[in-house]
Write a protein that binds this ligand. Structure first.
Ligand SMILES: [Mn+2]
Length: 329
């Protein structure tokens, strides 16, 4: 028991430097040595309506401090499990450098940063930015493919182009589908009249994409939903915060009612982590200027921490499972 007269450093959420989860900072990627590398892409030139997601990484860093666990880890009361204990090495790599008005150079910078992270063996965790940032991230993951893409989003993001612009936030999944190292697509949470054009939905289905609305997901149930995803393979997960219901994530450029709830997304992410190998993920479209209470940034940060917890727990569990399998032979 701690001696009450002993002075401790509390590192309370509102104090100090607000790195993601208050984890150590490593902005020189040549020095990176971690299990998980969190990096921001403060880019919002891909939006078709309200901008502001360039402030997303900063908002989620701030939001994450509430859930900063320190080195002792985080106890899950429901599951009686410790997550993110002292053996988990998570660092905040800061943000990819942006060149204002220069899409190509900004995307090149993203690609270079993600390639560096992957080359060290760390799991890339990306904070957007608008959803177009997933395009250069996807390109940078060619060395860890093939992988399936699992998207949580209100919108299909399958527009081929808008007046020739092929790299907007409404074209992301189509651009990913064109990459040789991308395999199957799972698009969950898609909803709303006019959220996608019929020809785009047809094109996605022709590619082989599984598309489900929140209502269809609920009808199916979590186990049957996870069964759609091939087991034991590589997955990249892209979470658009507007996949969640705007009642808990209002701070986004294109909110859409009828969305997923926190527990549903949390459960899905846990199921995905258990089902196979997550090679990286992003959380995009958090827009702090429309987030007057800060709740969207907090929910975004919370989901990132949840998913990191689930992924690292599986990495912890899997060697043990393999060992059991060998010894039983
Ligand atoms: Mn999207």
């Amino acid at each position: 028991m701690t001696n009450p007269s002993e002075k401790q450093i509390l590192n309370l959420p509102f104090t100090g430097i607000s790195s993601f989860g208050k984890y150590p900072i490593c902005t020189d990627l040549n020095e990176l040595d971690a299990d998980v590398a969190v990096i921001g892409i403060p880019y919002d030139m891909g939006t078709q309506w309200k901008s502001g997601t360039r402030m997303g990484p900063r908002g989620m860093r701030e939001g994450s401090t509430l859930y900063s666990f320190g080195l002792d880890g985080a106890y899950d009361i429901e599951k009686d499990i410790m997550y993110l204990g002292p053996d988990c090495k998570i660092v905040d790599c800061g943000d990819v450098d942006m060149v204002h008005g220069d899409l190509e150079q900004s995307f090149e910078n993203v690609e270079e940063s993600i390639r560096k992270i992957v080359s060290t063996g760390a799991l890339p965790v990306v904070m957007g930015g608008d959803h177009s940032v997933t395009i250069p991230v996807g390109r940078a993951l060619d060395s860890v493919g093939p992988f399936h893409v699992i998207q949580i989003d209100a919108h299909l993001d399958w527009a081929d182009h808008r007046s020739g612009q092929r790299y907007g936030h409404g074209s992301t999944l189509r651009r990913l589908a064109e990459m040789d190292h991308v395999d199957k697509m799972f698009q969950f949470g898609i909803r709303g009249i006019s959220s996608s054009k019929k020809e785009d939905v047809d094109a996605a289905r022709a590619y082989g994409s599984e598309i489900l609305s929140p209502r269809q997901m609920r009808k199916l149930g979590i186990d049957a939903l996870l069964d759609l995803i091939p087991e034991g393979e590589n997955y990249y997960v892209t979470i658009d915060i507007d996949g969640l219901d705007p009642s808990l994530a209002p701070g986004t450029g294109t909110p859409s009612p009828g969305g997923l709830f926190y527990d549903e997304v949390n459960e899905l992410l846990e199921g995905i982590a258990k089902r196979g190998n997550v090679i990286g993920f992003d959380l995009v479209e958090v827009s702090p200027p429309y987030d007057s209470t800060g709740i969207t940034s907090q929910v975004g940060a919370r989901l990132i921490l949840d998913f990191i917890s689930f992924i690292l727990k599986e990495k912890e569990n899997k060697p043990a499972l393999e060992l059991t399998a060998h010894t039983s032979n």
